[in-house]
Design a binder for this molecule. Structure first.
Ligand code: XIL
Length: 314
C-alpha cells in the first residue's frame, strides 16, 4: 500500500453483521472506510434532537478494530435531510438547525474521523451553485459557514468539498475550481476536494491528472471519494477489462498527484452496490462480483499499487 494514500471503501454496518465474507474482504483489502449512509443527517437524527449513532458507531468500531481510518460522509447535502427540517422555516431557524447538526456530528467523532465531506454536491451541471434548499433559504454563505462550524468542532479534521462530474475538464469542474479558489482566498478552512467518480465506460473523464493538479495548486488535498464504474447489463468479459482499465486510470491519477490523500471505492461488491437501484439497466460496477469473486479491476488495482510501491523510494 502506498504510504500516504489511504485505500478506502464505502461500507454499510448491517452488511458487516450479516455477511462474514463482506467483513473479511473489507478488513483485508482496505485501510479506510467511508460510511455509505450511516452518517447522513436523516439517518443520524430521524426525529429532532434524538440522535441515533448506532450504525455509525458500529462502522467506527469495526474500523478501529482493523486499524482503518474513517472518512466522514456527509454533513451538508441537498439529499438525506430529515423530513422534520422545513424550507418554510425562517432563515435563522434553518441555519441554526444546520449548524447544530454539523457541530453535534463533528464533535461526536472528533479525533475518530480523519476527514469530513463538509458539503456534498453543491454545484449544478453548468458550474453554478445548485438550486437547493440551503442556497434558496441561506444564500451562498452556507458553504463557508459549514466549513467554519466543522473546523471549530474538530480543528484537526481535514475538511473536504465533494462533488460528482468534476473528474475531467468539465464546466462543472471549472465552477468547482472557482468556488474553491474563492473560499481559500476568503480564508475558509477548506482542506481538500473530493472527486466522487461515479463513472461509466462511455464517458471517461478527460485529463483527470491535470484536473486534479490544478486543484492541488490551490493548496488543497485531493481525493477520489466514491469511485465505481457501472456497466450496461449484461456485462460482457471485455467490458470487465475496460472497467479495470478505468479503475486503474483513476488510481494512477490519484498516485500522480502528490497531495492525493485517499482513493475510495463506493462499495466493493456488486452484491450490495447502489447502482442497480439508481441506474436501471446498469450494474456490475464494483471490484468484486455478487459472489465476492475478485474481478479484473480488483487485480489490476493491486498490481498498480504494488508497481507504484516498487517505484517509490522509501
Ligand atoms: C448513495 C448510497 O450509496 C445509497 O445507498 C443511497 O440510497 C443514496 O446515496 N453521491 C453521494 C453518496 O455522495 O452519498 C450517494 O450514496 C451516491 C452519490
Amino acid at each position: 500500500m502506498p504510504e500516504n494514500v489511504r485505500i478506502g471503501a464505502a461500507a454499510d454496518g448491517a452488511l458487516l453483521d450479516a455477511d462474514p465474507r463482506y467483513r473479511a474482504t473489507l478488513a483485508a483489502d482496505f485501510n479506510a472506510i467511508t460510511a455509505e449512509n450511516a452518517m447522513k443527517w436523516a439517518n443520524l437524527e430521524p426525529t429532532p434532537g434524538a440522535y441515533d449513532w448506532t450504525a455509525s458507531d458500529r462502522l467506527i468500531s469495526f474500523a478501529q478494530e482493523n486499524g482503518q481510518a474513517v472518512y466522514g460522509h456527509t454533513l451538508v447535502w441537498h439529499s438525506s435531510v430529515p423530513p422534520w427540517v422545513s424550507e418554510a422555516w425562517s432563515a435563522e431557524r434553518l441555519r441554526a438547525a444546520l449548524r447544530q447538526h454539523v457541530v453535534t456530528t463533528v464533535t461526536r467523532y472528533r479525533g475518530q474521523v480523519w476527514a469530513w465531506d463538509v458539503v456534498n454536491e453543491v454545484l449544478a451541471e453548468d458550474g453554478s451553485l445548485r438550486d437547493s434548499m440551503w442556497l434558496r433559504r441561506l444564500g451562498p454563505s452556507y458553504i463557508a459557514d459549514a466549513f467554519r462550524w466543522a473546523h471549530e468542532a474538530d480543528p484537526d479534521a481535514r475538511l473536504f468539498i465533494n462533488e460528482y462530474g468534476v473528474e475531467g475538464r468539465t464546466k462543472k469542474a471549472n465552477g468547482l475550481f472557482k468556488l474553491v479558489r474563492g473560499l481559500r482566498a476568503d480564508g475558509v478552512p477548506v482542506h481538500g476536494v473530493g472527486f466522487q467518480a461515479h463513472l461509466r465506460l462511455d464517458a471517461v473523464p478527460e485529463d483527470p491528472i491535470g484536473n486534479m493538479r490544478r486543484f492541488a495548486a490551490l493548496g488543497v488535498s485531493v481525493a477520489v471519494t466514491e469511485l465505481d464504474v457501472r456497466l450496461a447489463l449484461p456485462a460482457k468479459p471485455e467490458m470487465l477489462l475496460d472497467q479495470a482499465l478505468l479503475y486503474q486510470h483513476m488510481l494512477r491519477a490519484c498516485l500522480a498527484v502528490s497531495t492525493c490523500e485517499s482513493f475510495t471505492v463506493w462499495g466493493f461488491t456488486d452484491a450490495s452496490s447502489w447502482i442497480s437501484a439508481h441506474y436501471p439497466g446498469y450494474g456490475a460496477a464494483c471490484l468484486y462480483d455478487k459472489d465476492m469473486r475478485a474481478k479484473p479491476a480488483r487485480d489490476l488495482l493491486l498490481h498498480e499499487l504494488r508497481t507504484h510501491a516498487d517505484e517509490t523510494p522509501s
